[in-house]
Design a protein around this ligand. Structure first.
Ligand SMILES: Nc1ncnc2c1ncn2[C@@H]1O[C@H](COP(=O)(O)OP(=O)(O)OP(=O)(O)O)[C@@H](O)[C@H]1O
Length: 268
């Protein structure tokens, strides 16, 4: 399997802060990764690097076989599907849902005067159907619920048939039902062998869709652990990552974690 993402000794500095500190990590074709870590760990920064939106200050970073710094990012970015809060904020509230998705074929937002091919229209509608929001195609983005917006963004991220799919907190802010149905949809996408290599960022192990194969744990810009999901989501590594004693459970393809209870004092 070829590497979709390859980072070696990557450091990223901003205003004297080490946002990424000596990160070495590889994602191969077909893999589905979750990136977990506490607030400020550097997860979004890592995803922005993977999306060719940022360059490392030092180290080696290649995305889809192209060295960051040596490639025209405007040619690279259309090969990557990205959902993030920052991108969602750039979508004009008055834009039609169908257009939010279709414009991804041109790597733009907020431009509805492009001439679209029928094939773009068909694909956008097929993706909306796959994300269970076909009935919202003619609605404007600003009128959607948070869950519907997340689904629209995922459809948009998949529009250009990307070779790498990057999802930054796709289930954040959803109620329990909304989270569970979106986790199930993401599980279906993960299970589809034609889906691209995927990296999903979250704070919560409960939000890992079934079928995810690998995990990377980050804290303070550093990699705490990375590898096959079962070998990485351990009590020890997750506790180290979040800085409190945690117990991890895995049942029926889903993950859960909670704080370990202190042992009761032994009295005689
Ligand atoms: N431009 C910047 N200049 C200085 N520090 C920055 C800059 N951008 C981000 N940071 C800091 O880098 C750290 C990592 O930020 P990042 O958003 O990548 O973390 P995160 O793991 O995604 O956090 P969260 O889970 O809260 O979204 C944070 O401490 C943040 O304050």
């Amino acid at each position: 399997m070829s590497d979709v993402l390859e980072l070696a000794d990557v450091t990223l500095l901003r205003s004297g802060n080490r946002l990424l500190d000596d990160v070495t990590w590889a994602v191969a074709d077909g893999e589905r990764w979750v990136v977990l870590g506490p607030n400020g760990a550097g997860k979004t920064t890592l995803l922005q690097l993977a999306a060719a939106q940022l360059h490392p200050s030092s180290g080696y970073a290649a995305v889809l076989g192209e060295l960051l710094g040596g490639v025209d990012v405007f040619e690279l970015r259309p090969r990557i599907g990205l959902t993030s809060a920052a991108l969602a904020e750039r979508i004009p509230p008055g834009e039609r849902v169908l257009d939010v998705v279709r414009t991804a074929a041109y790597a733009v937002v907020g431009r509805w005067r492009e001439a679209y091919e029928d094939i773009d229209d068909d694909r956008a509608r097929w993706l909306l159907d796959r994300l269970a929001i076909a009935h919202l195609a003619e609605r404007t983005f600003g009128t959607l619920s948070e869950g519907e917006r997340k689904r629209t963004q995922i459809a948009r991220a998949l529009m250009a048939d990307p070779e790498l799919l990057l999802l930054d907190e796709p289930t954040a802010g959803l109620d329990l039902g909304g989270r569970e149905t979106l986790v199930a949809t993401l599980g279906e996408i993960a299970a589809d062998p034609t889906s691209p290599a995927t990296v999903l960022v979250t704070h919560h192990v409960e939000e890992i869709p079934p079928g995810f194969t690998h995990a990377m744990l980050m804290s303070q810009g550093r990699v705490v652990g990375a590898g096959e999901i079962g070998a990485t989501l351990t009590d020890g590594l997750l506790s180290e990552c979040f800085g409190i004693p945690l117990r991890v459970e895995h049942d029926d393809g889903r993950w859960a974690a909670r704080a370990q209870r202190a042992s009761p004092a032994v009295t005689s």
